[in-house]
Ligand binder design. Sequence first.
Ligand code: TXA
Ligand code: MG
Length: 328
Amino acid sequence: MSQSQFVSKCTVDALQTAAKTLLHGDLVAFPTETVYGLGADALNKQAVARIYEAKGRPADHPLIVHLHSLQVMGQWVEEVPEYAIALARDYWPGPMTLIFKRSNLAQDFITGGQETVGIRVPDHVVALALLEAFHNLGGRGVAAPSANRFGHVSPTTAQAVSDELSEYLKPADQILDGGACTVGVESTIIDCTGDVPRILRPGGITVTMIAESTGITEQELINAQKSQQEVTRVSGSLENHYAPAAKVLLCETPLPGQGFVAHANIETPEGVIRLASPKNDEEFAQVLYSSLREADARGLAEVVVVQPIGVGIAVAIRDRLRRASNGR
Ligand code: TXA
Ligand code: MG
């Protein structure tokens, strides 16, 4: 049973209450278009500490600051290159996180002691309304990682948040239900501290989209990504992450009793438990995490996934699947 308050109807009043909950120092899990986030007032050290406790996440892993509008980003960051302005204008609100040199507002408990801060304007009516209500109450930004235990699959429904975290939340905390996430994998993270943007984590905003917006060629972007030398602490880039309890097997023929996720045009062999049949790559991303959760709910030991080939969101799907297949 959830100890926190589960809010199934996100009315204007309910969102106003949720914004007050954040300002009071309690936690609010909320939907975004990518995955659900676990939010806290980004200026409140104790509240942010509770996010780390609830997730069981190491304290030196930085959090993304969520804002309702690009207009208020200036208070959090110091240097914004031209290409980042283009990206923000083109793809916010949207599944993209930009990393900048931090201002004094972004304290060590947000950045994990790094000199940079991640900013995102999510594209979800509930998230945007919550963030705007928080802003109108004087709040500056909402720090939110994905609302799952560290290393586990991100939640794409409010029920999945409750399953993951309810035992670590308090009665004053809230979980806002905004339906199933439409993108389904976490945002593209782009480091905007250099001459060329560097993709730290692939997501819904693809290399092609970044090239279109900035005028920088795809090849240059890929080279910049490869030349990534210094180790930034991106927990999403750990080699084992996004993993269910079931073992994720890639490139294998499924055997009877194993779970199976593949494009709809691939048939299910006899005795194999089909968990999802997405019709295209966008749908694959949407259902990926819920199908891995379903494997665990059914107590399956192994799940075979036929990875989507090609570019676009398929790159992000393969990235998460590779890490998931490394286990926990
Ligand atoms: O789609 C998303 O990005 C979701 C929703 C809730 O917005 N959030 C999310 O947060 O995935 P999280 O904390 O689970 O993953 C964000 C990643 C982490 O791996 C973190 O290390 C990295 O972003 N990150 C945050 N700030 C950073 C910074 N200043 N430099 C490098 N990486 C950073
Ligand atoms: Mg995460």
